[in-house]
Design a protein around this ligand. Structure first.
Ligand SMILES: *[C@@H]1O[C@H](CO)[C@@H](O)[C@H](O)[C@H]1NC(C)=O
Ligand SMILES: *[C@@H]1O[C@H](CO)[C@@H](O)[C@H](O)[C@H]1NC(C)=O
Ligand SMILES: *[C@@H]1O[C@H](CO)[C@@H](O)[C@H](O)[C@H]1NC(C)=O
Ligand SMILES: *[C@@H]1O[C@H](CO)[C@@H](O)[C@H](O)[C@H]1NC(C)=O
Ligand SMILES: *[C@@H]1O[C@H](CO)[C@@H](O)[C@H](O)[C@H]1NC(C)=O
Length: 556
């Protein structure tokens, strides 16, 4: 009781003292716009007492309520978010900040486990009500950095690995769409993380990536996304696809914000032994410190132009024009551009010659392993055959229109990643992605980074877990026609569609990539020129200073 009383007094102080000097409409304090608010802006407003973390939770929750019935970006809101925020506010006013993300609301993809009142469904009823023994390591680290996990973001169900389903659709979360033109295909599989971060439903989001699921939607949602090197962030208690490729990473609105988020979650973990490959252990580089100065100066950047013509999707002339201007910016900022380099393994990688035979058998081993880690498993699922049976027989799972073709192939193949057949494909692919791919080019041309429009880098970087960072670079023209996806439901192309510039490099080269990406971002600042077509209206001024009744409800 005493503690609670103290908290109320502190909250009263928080509301009465500083706010009396900056009542809404007084014009004396400019509150940050939640569409674009950065960590530095939020922290300075919190520290100055212009608003509280409770205000932020209320504002972001109101924004989710405004748009979620259309965008389906958020699957669940943390019922404890307000009380956690009140606790963080009390700590702040007593001078005890937990970490750099103190009191800042974040949403995380609904395959990243939390041991709280929220579920971890991967978008499926098969996991609704399933409890895990503790927080996933990245969720724990977020909380240790002071972040408030506000909600779980929708995703392409099972991170897109179940079968032929539309991007951003999950049985549990519905059809997520993007916010930049009508019925925008949200890309994926971190679709809800992309939409939520892009229209300001939280400060930033976490996604997961196996073959492009962070970098590609970051590109399409006008975000800075970083797919970290596989092994830099732990996958413990994250619903998996592939132990050899999965990685958890930030989707944010600025390079520096992505750096804050990556610094919070990176580090080795005894529960994920792939993190022992990291040269850093727990002493990860200071990625925030990398976000300053002339990071492009003297950098050698390779441009494998041939890659954009190799895969099934060719770029428009318009996109190539924007890309050429971006390369000019790199030069103007002091980089040495090594143009038209050739990556001999790229064609087979872009056409996925081996990847289904690598990630497919990984699923067969890794999803059952996740089920075996559950504390409660309401549907008693332990095998892929049982999981498929659940999906095919539960009407909510949309079968057969949304089928299980990936799992069907995996089950009929009859082996997992312990088979010698698996190793043949893995080593063949590793040769293409390594010596004939990124590592080979980095060595041959002494490169700091390789640059392309983001969507052409993901399949190159996936097999050996190389990092990719995507920075907003442009958008399609207003007269771009809408083009339907293969199901005829969403528009896969359209006007005002953002796209990013992607940088990749050697494994664990994030520090250099942040320096480069930050310098490019500062020289261009494209994000704020691309405006979403759907966006919520609630701002901090609508929340701050409004009188509250004794239950903490706003009296408007
Ligand atoms: C988690 O799922 C259960 C159903 O099993 C539901 O009662 C509960 O409200 C869900 N949690 C949240 C935060 O939505
Ligand atoms: C990593 O951990 C898994 C499960 O805990 C174990 O099966 C595997 O052998 C370990 N691998 C290495 C290289 O230690
Ligand atoms: C799961 O197993 C438990 C214990 O055997 C049983 O009580 C429960 O009914 C089972 N649930 C389902 C959905 O089969
Ligand atoms: C799954 O759905 C896709 C798209 O509708 C279709 O092309 C494919 O044949 C289906 N596969 C199976 C095994 O049902
Ligand atoms: C890849 O796997 C397929 C079957 O699953 C097999 O037929 C093929 O030989 C493998 N490729 C290599 C290079 O080992």
């Amino acid at each position: 009781m005493a503690a609670r009383h103290l908290l109320q007094v502190l909250m009263l102080l928080a509301y009465s003292l500083p706010l009396s000097q900056c009542a809404p409409g007084s014009g004396r304090v400019e509150l940050p716009s939640l569409l674009d608010a950065t960590l530095d802006e939020l922290q300075s407003g919190l520290n100055a007492g212009h608003f509280t973390s409770v205000d932020l939770i209320r504002a972001y929750t109101a924004r989710i309520d405004e748009v979620n019935s259309r965008l389906h970006a958020v699957n669940e809101i943390n019922p404890d978010a307000v009380s956690i925020a009140a606790h963080h506010d009390a700590l702040r006013y007593s001078g005890n900040l937990i970490g750099p993300l103190h009191g800042i609301p974040v949403v995380i993809k609904d395959n990243i486990g939390t041991a709280d009142k929220m579920n971890n469904t991967a978008g499926s009823y098969a996991l609704l009500g399933a409890e895990i023994p503790e927080d996933s390591t990245v969720a724990r680290k977020l909380r240790e950095a002071g972040a408030i996990i506000l909600g779980k973001a929708n995703l392409a169900q099972w991170s897109g690995a179940r079968g032929d389903i539309t991007q951003g659709w999950s049985a549990y979360g519905g059809q997520c769409i993007g916010a930049y033109y009508p019925d925008m295909d949200p890309d994926g599989s971190s679709s809800g993380s992309g939409t939520a971060a892009s229209v300001g439903l939280a400060w930033a989001a976490l996604g997961t990536d196996t073959t492009g699921s962070i970098a590609d939607p970051s590109s399409k949602h006008n975000l800075v996304g970083i797919k970290p090197t596989m092994g830099l962030t732990s996958r413990y208690l994250v619903v998996p696809i592939s132990e050899h490729q999965d990685t958890v990473g930030p989707m944010a609105r600025t390079v520096k914000d992505a750096a804050y988020l990556l610094s919070a979650i990176a580090g080795s973990d005894e529960h994920d032994n792939y993190t022992s490959a990291s040269p850093f252990g727990d002493q990860v580089p200071d990625y925030v410190a990398a976000c300053k100065g002339k990071g492009l100066h003297g950098r050698r950047i390779g441009v494998p132009r041939h890659m954009v013509q190799l895969g099934p999707n060719k770029p428009s002339d318009y996109m190539l024009g924007i890309f050429d201007s971006a390369v000019d910016v790199l030069r103007a900022q002091g980089a040495e551009v090594i143009d038209d380099i050739i990556l001999p393994g790229a064609a087979d990688l872009l056409n996925s010659k081996y990847s289904p035979f690598v990630t497919g058998p990984d699923i067969m081993a890794n999803i059952p392993r996740y089920f075996s880690q559950l504390k409660t498993n309401p549907n008693n699922i332990t095998t892929m055959v049982q999981l498929r049976e659940f999906i095919q027989n539960d009407a909510r799972e949309g079968y057969p229109e949304k089928n299980t073709s990936s799992w069907d192939r995996g089950i009929s193949r009859g082996y997992d990643n312990t088979s010698p057949v698996w190793w043949g494909n893995y080593t063949a692919q590793a040769e293409l992605a390594g010596p004939q791919g990124i590592a080979g080019a980095v060595k041959k041309y002494s490169l700091d980074a390789i640059v392309l429009p983001t969507e052409y880098l993901s399949k190159l970087a996936a097999p050996l877990g190389n990092p990719v960072i995507s920075v907003p670079v442009g958008r399609t023209p207003d007269d771009t026609p809408l083009e339907k996806n293969e199901f005829g439901t969403l528009n896969i192309k359209g006007p005002n569609q953002p796209f990013g510039l992607g940088f990749t490099g050697a494994r664990f080269s994030e520090e250099v990539l942040f320096e480069i990406a930050y310098a490019f971002e500062q020289a261009t600042m494209v994000r704020r020129t691309i405006i979403p077509y759907i966006q919520p209206k609630t701002e901090l001024k609508d929340i701050v200073g409004k009188r509250q009744d004794t239950n903490g409800n706003l009296e408007l």
